[in-house]
Design a protein around this ligand. Structure first.
Ligand code: TXA
Ligand code: MG
Length: 324
């Protein structure tokens, strides 16, 4: 049985205790719910991979309550410190070289010599991290390949009975995962667009290389989570729809298409931040509601690729990718 904990003093204390004992606790952040486990405990980290059905080559993010602590486990240059000061706590993850004395289990980083670190911008998450008093490895709290959860209910839909507890802190405000920025090389590389807009990063540190460097066979994956089909709802997805077919449910952005018989509006005003906060809930809703009215596909209206639109477009492309 998965315990549902309220985000009060008692719930936080219970969640922190479970984490210290090596159990898995899902908790809300400003982006999405994370599936937390003690990052220094290899058995707890292994249990995260197990509960999600996640491939072991896909590394996890270590979460901290303070930037200083996060940066003490990695090799942080001036650039990393500047980015951390500006955007933490907040929806940004930094990939940096691991320090030799880093206590995070190697399995959490999938054996890589780098580590992804983040200080989330949510008061409940920060309290939990402080009380757990150990870095917490936390991928999104969904089964591997499925849509990320933005409420405790979503977490339970995928992981009930597979984790010790979920700490309910309400719906996530940002709604898409953190931006993942690789600062291991001279040129910063955007590994995953997310809650911090690329434009904001570039205003601070100059040009950021977009996307992955071309994969070289045998070299290993730079950010395996960026591959292939991901965030997949049950129904197939069609992108850039300017009209809707009879057998389609619609994910709308801006002025809706009147002919749709089942639709979820991301943002009537065409606001990408509002759309991001509603994206995963919309995909889940359309899956259920679309199936109920006999829809065979989800059609998605075009979304501009700036601000949080870049992260939305990325998630939708993956949702639409051929399923493997
Ligand atoms: O917003 C978020 O980042 C959420 C919340 C819970 O913090 N977490 C999250 O974790 O989205 P996850 O595991 O679903 O996605 C982490 C991404 C994956 O694409 C993974 O491949 C990449 O970060 N990543 C983690 N460690 C890495 C590393 N050392 N090098 C490159 N990419 C890494
Ligand atoms: Mg994920």
């Amino acid at each position: 049985m998965t315990e549902v904990l309220t985000a009060n003093e008692h719930g936080l204390a219970r969640a922190a205790q479970l984490l210290r004992d090596g159990a898995l606790v899902a908790f809300g952040t400003e982006t999405v719910y994370g599936l937390g486990g003690d990052a220094t405990n290899a058995a707890a980290v292994a249990a995260i991979f197990q509960a999600k059905g996640r491939p072991r080559f896909n590394p996890l993010i270590a979460h901290y309550p303070e930037a200083d602590e996060a940066l003490s486990h990695v090799v942080a240059d001036d650039r990393a410190v500047r980015v951390a000061r500006t955007f933490w706590p907040g929806p940004l993850t930094l990939v940096l070289p691991r320090r030799a004395d880093c206590p995070v289990a190697l399995l959490a980083g999938a054996g890589l010599d780098t580590l992804a670190v983040r200080v989330p911008g949510h008061p409940v998450a920060l309290s939990l991290l402080r009380m757990a008093a150990t870095p917490i490895a936390a991928p999104s709290a969904n089964r591997s390949g499925a849509v990320s959860p933005t409420t405790a209910r979503h977490v339970l839909d995928g992981l009930s009975g597979r984790i010790a507890a979920v700490l309910d802190s309400g719906a996530c405000a940002v709604g898409v995962e953190s931006t993942v920025l690789d600062l291991t090389g001279e040129q910063p590389v955007l590994l995953r667009p997310g809650g911090v807009a690329l434009e904001a990063l570039e205003a601070l540190i100059g040009p950021v290389q977009r996307g992955l460097p071309p994969a070289v066979a045998g070299e290993g994956l730079k950010s395996p989570g960026l591959l292939a089909s991901h965030y997949a709802p049950g129904l197939p997805v069609r992108l850039n729809a300017v009209s809707v077919d009879e057998d389609e449910a619609l994910l709308a952005f801006g002025p809706p298409l009147p002919e749709a018989r089942c639709q979820f509006q991301l943002s009537a005003a065409g606001n990408t931040a509002e759309a991001a906060s509603r994206l995963f809930d919309g995909l889940r809703w359309l899956d259920a509601e679309g199936a109920r009215v006999g829809a065979r596909r989800i059609a998605v209206m075009p979304i501009p690729e700036f601000g949080l639109g870049l992260a939305i477009a990325d998630r939708l492309r993956r949702a639409a990718a051929p399923r493997g």
